[in-house]
Design a protein around this ligand. Structure first.
Ligand SMILES: [Zn+2]
Length: 268
């Protein structure tokens, strides 16, 4: 089968400034227009709060993209107890059902921080897949979302340990992990902004992995200042355009999480 690339955007409040602002959400078309140019299918993991504030935007995006769950509020799961986690998920699912008359299929944890207990909740709410796992440690700095090694291609996790491929006791849902490249650097917009599209292009042409997951945030396309702000806004949009062109040349097929779930047997 063709090489697969899963592209996703976490659609959430801005990562800059002290106030709850949503510039990245309001101007998401700056990223989506580039997707359109390259005919990219993608999944948008939207927080419930964004769905509540911008229902018409979310409905419009759903015409071209899969809408997944980024929990209700963008709070790392290790900062809230299980009751609060379930309350948030339930609220998200309720709102999603009101808007789309169906259940969400995909989940991504805020800041990629997840554990077995959250997987139990996701199974109870019939999620088809999760996409939070970071399979390798980022050599350059300690990352809270990293909890040990995990497979780097989609897998059905073991019930006891979500970071292991299940043998006998498997979860029903699948995990679509982040892609670790050289030294565990995730194939993510923050790193593309730092190191450039060309750097990732040459890495990929050396490795040619059969599965890739490329992640970004709604606010990567907005120019901001401060921490991790390098090349945000227009520069990033140019890098994304270049990178998508390279991926197409390398024969990657763009698929949503839902499509990967349906075709898991072909990737395994
Ligand atoms: Zn997020």
């Amino acid at each position: 089968m063709k090489k697969t690339c899963f592209i996703s955007i976490d659609v959430e409040r801005d990562n800059f400034g002290n106030k709850d602002t949503f510039k990245g959400v309001e101007e998401l078309d700056n990223i989506l227009d580039i997707f359109k140019k390259h005919k990219v299918k993608a999944t948008l993991f939207v927080t419930g709060y964004v769905m509540e504030l911008y229902p018409d935007f979310v409905k419009k995006w759903a015409k071209d993209y899969e809408i997944g769950c980024h929990n209700y509020f963008h709070i790392p799961l290790d900062e809230i107890d299980l009751l609060e986690r379930e309350k948030q998920l339930k609220k998200f699912v309720g709102l999603y059902q009101t808007i789309f008359k169906q259940l969400p299929k995909g989940f991504r944890a805020p800041r990629n921080i997840i554990d077995n207990k959250q997987f139990e909740i996701l199974e109870r709410y019939n999620f088809a897949y999760d996409s939070s796992v970071i399979p390798r440690h980022i050599a350059l700095h300690r990352y809270k979302g990293y909890k040990g090694r995990a497979p780097a291609i989609p897998y059905q996790p073991s019930i006891r340990n979500y970071r292991k491929k299940g043998k006998k006791e498997k979860m029903n849902l699948i995990e679509i992990p982040n892609t670790p490249l050289l030294g565990g650097i995730p194939f993510a917009a923050t790193w593309i902004r730092r190191l450039g599209a060309g750097f990732f292009g040459s890495l990929l042409s050396l490795n040619k992995p059969k599965f890739l997951s490329l992640t970004m945030h709604s606010w990567d396309g907005i120019k901001f200042k401060g921490r991790s702000s390098k090349n945000s806004g227009k520069v990033f949009l140019g890098q994304l355009d270049e990178l998508l062109g390279l991926l197409k040349k390398m024969d990657y097929e763009f698929k949503t999480g839902e499509q990967i779930y349906e075709k898991i047997s072909e990737i395994k």
